[in-house]
Design a protein around this ligand. Structure first.
Ligand code: PLP
Length: 284
């Protein structure tokens, strides 16, 4: 693995040599944000959308972007070249940097830590597309800034772990009676022929895949709207989907051990999935 290079603070170095200070505020406080960007056949997918969200996350935690968009593009292009022509996902993280002492308040003049790594995509289990996935509903125990892509992910980790221990692949989070999103994915339902996803708010991450699904639905003239989803609507939904950059659009066919759409991926899911694959293929 020593030949794999990662980006750390201006240098491309072997992964095993990439080290950050124990005084880094990302380590001590989770004072840090990140992005995950897929690259298909080595080409970064929806890069500008991810860089835009990165900008918003940094702004929300009162940080300047340490690099220009051009500099981000350049460094990410070098990383994905290591797996030339392959499907991969790029993880990047910006922390507030290391301070001389551990103090909650933000010291002036810190130098941000910038880290990025590319990893080949694991092949999607084809059964996901024929059988769908299982999800459970759980209380949304997260904070009120879920629109920030912050690395402070302990609630998400615990929620996803609970899903796993109960034999499910994802947890759908419910706050104040509303179904919000997955622990690491956005939520869509199909209700009476209409595709519905919750509107953007401080309670959910503005997913890049979510936005693309809405764009594709509009292009294909499929009825859709952004509307709050009541938890009870999950019980009567014709279809449920979860979206993310690494897992694309997953059909949920079992929720809390009950079948959705007779336990099969739905017709509208198949349509949007096909449009999504065609869109990806155009960019290859
Ligand atoms: C909480 C949460 N919501 C939604 C998403 C989906 O976002 P995207 O489609 O940009 O990957 C993610 C992705 O990791 C996530 O962690």
């Amino acid at each position: 693995m020593n030949s794999i290079k990662v980006y750390l603070n201006g240098e491309f170095i072997p992964l095993t040599e990439a080290k950050v200070s124990v005084m880094d505020r990302g380590f001590l406080f989770g004072d840090s944000i990140y992005e995950v960007i897929p690259a298909y056949s080595g080409r970064l997918f929806r890069l500008q959308h991810h860089l835009h969200r990165l900008e918003n996350s940094l702004h929300a935690i009162h940080m300047e972007n340490p690099l220009s968009h051009g500099e981000w593009e350049e460094l990410l292009a070098i990383l994905v070249l290591q797996y030339a022509g392959k499907d991969q996902s790029v993880y990047l993280q910006v922390t507030r940097g290391a301070a001389p002492s551990r103090d909650h308040t933000i010291p002036e003049g810190l130098i941000p830590t910038i880290f990025a790594i590319s990893t080949p995509f694991p092949a999607v289990d084809p059964q996901i597309y024929t059988r769908g996935i299982s999800a459970i509903t759980l209380d949304d125990i997260r904070w009120h800034y879920c629109n920030i892509k912050a690395t402070t992910l302990l609630p998400n980790v615990l929620l996803r772990q609970e899903a796993k221990e109960r034999g499910a692949m994802e947890a759908i989070l419910v706050r104040d009676g509303l179904a919000i999103e997955g622990a690491a994915s956005n939520l869509f339902i199909v209700d009476d022929g209409q595709i519905i996803t919750p509107p953007k708010s401080e309670h959910l991450l503005p997913g890049v895949t979510r936005d693309l699904v809405l764009e594709l639905a509009a292009e294909a003239d499929l009825p859709y709207c952004e509307m709050p989803i009541k938890a009870e609507q999950l019980d009567s939904a014709d279809e449920i989907w979860l979206t993310s950059s690494t897992r694309e659009i997953m059909p949920v066919t079992h929720l809390d051990d009950r079948p959705i759409n007779n336990g099969k991926p739905g017709e509208l899911w198949q349509k949007i999935f096909n449009h999504f694959q065609a869109y990806k293929d155009e960019l290859r």
